[in-house]
Design a protein around this ligand. Structure first.
Ligand code: TPP
Ligand code: MG
Length: 343
């Protein structure tokens, strides 16, 4: 994106991020948005397998959080994991291939939307089991702690996930040992068809942090810079041996719980209002313009580049082969050989 020559005076806090990093935040959120819009259209044409849960509206949470991580750090994800994957650096083409069940997908087309994992990228896995990422990232952090290494694990989970036993057990364990893990609750106001107020007697998941003796922070989940700042501080604590933190990002999902959800539990007006006032891309494009980093034409060029990348990912996935029968029994047990025999 072209830089404008004069940077106007502004009160916006960049939280130490360079021009390049700020532009990258926008590009990452846009990659998530455009990838998922294409996933939606492909799903409606029955060109994808399985169920799909879209992250549209929540892009600032994954993007702001993952920007606070280093290579070697790991994340655990949820059933709504495309945004986490893209923010952690996974490529669009093997992701799209995975969603189409092709052999070139990250998991040979055997995982699909809800089970994308790439250990090379520190992406420990999307997960169809609500809150299951909490013990997984806590376990990864335990590994770092035992080895005395400096990596950090970051766990994304939903407001619904915060009401499961795994939340209590994982956070209590991590807090007691001061493990290097950051818990990021994506409070998008709904757990499937239930609103937060139907699921919890308190307003904020972050208030629970006090019960475990760790910091609990609430952040505007549609403000990518605010998310970044809160998570960067928590990552710094974790890396410095001060233990876990709980960051609650208040966000909103613009699409249904899954593709095909008739959404009887909320009004169209509520969604329209959220789209108009809480869109992280609209908000951050205004920030970039106020900082003098991009004008409308530059943002459009970024959009065209991202759309082109998404189309190339679709073409790659469509041209890829299906996994062969020889793969049916592989990847079932750790250490199994190609014939599925345990080693
Ligand atoms: C252990 C378990 N219980 C129930 C479900 C069914 N289920 C799938 S998603 C979901 C809601 C999760 O809500 P939340 O954690 O807020 O995440 P969101 O969908 O809002 O991102 C439920 C109940 C499941 N997949 N796993
Ligand atoms: Mg939710």
């Amino acid at each position: 994106m072209a830089m404008l020559s004069e940077a106007p005076k502004t009160s916006i806090d960049r939280h130490g991020l360079s021009d390049q990093q700020l532009l990258q935040l926008y590009a990452t959120m846009l990659r998530i948005r455009r990838f998922e819009e294409r996933v939606k259209s492909l799903f409606l044409e029955a060109r994808l397998y399985g169920s799909v849960h879209l992250y549209i509206g929540e892009e600032a949470v994954a993007t702001g959080s993952c920007t606070a991580l280093r290579d070697g750090d790991v994340i655990s994800s949820t059933h709504r994991g495309h945004g986490h994957c893209i923010a952690k650096g996974l490529e669009l083409a093997p992701m799209m291939a995975e969603l189409m069940g092709k052999a070139t997908g990250y998991n040979l087309g055997k995982g699909g939307s809800m089970h994308i994992a790439s250990l090379d990228h520190g992406m420990l896995g999307a997960n169809g089991i609500v809150s299951a990422g909490i013990p997984i990232s806590t376990g990864a952090a335990l590994g770092f702690w035992v080895r005395g290494s400096k990596e950090v694990a970051l766990c994304f989970f939903g407001d619904g996930g915060a009401n499961h036993g795994a939340f209590h057990e994982g956070i209590n364990f991590a807090a007691t040992l001061k493990l290097p893990v950051v818990f990021v609750c994506e409070n998008n106001q709904y757990a499937q068809y239930q609103s937060v107020s139907q699921d919890m007697a308190i307003a904020n998941v972050a208030d629970r942090a006090a019960a475990y003796g760790i910091p609990g922070v609430i952040v505007d989940g549609s403000d990518v810079l605010a998310v970044h700042a809160a998570v960067a501080e928590a990552v710094g604590r974790a890396r410095g041996g001060e233990g876990p933190s709980l960051v609650e990002a208040k966000t909103y999902r613009f699409e249904g719980h899954f593709l095909g959800d008739p959404e009887p539990y909320r009004t169209k007006e509520e969604v329209a209002q959220a789209r108009a006032s809480r869109d992280p891309l609209i908000r951050f494009s205004a920030v970039l313009q106020e900082l003098g980093l991009a004008d409308a034409a530059a943002l459009q060029r970024t959009d065209a580049r991202v759309k082109d990348e998404v189309e190339r990912a679709v073409a790659f996935a469509e041209a890829s082969p299906e996994p062969g029968e020889e793969l049916l029994l592989t990847d079932i047990y750790s250490g199994a050989d190609a014939a599925g025999r345990d080693l």
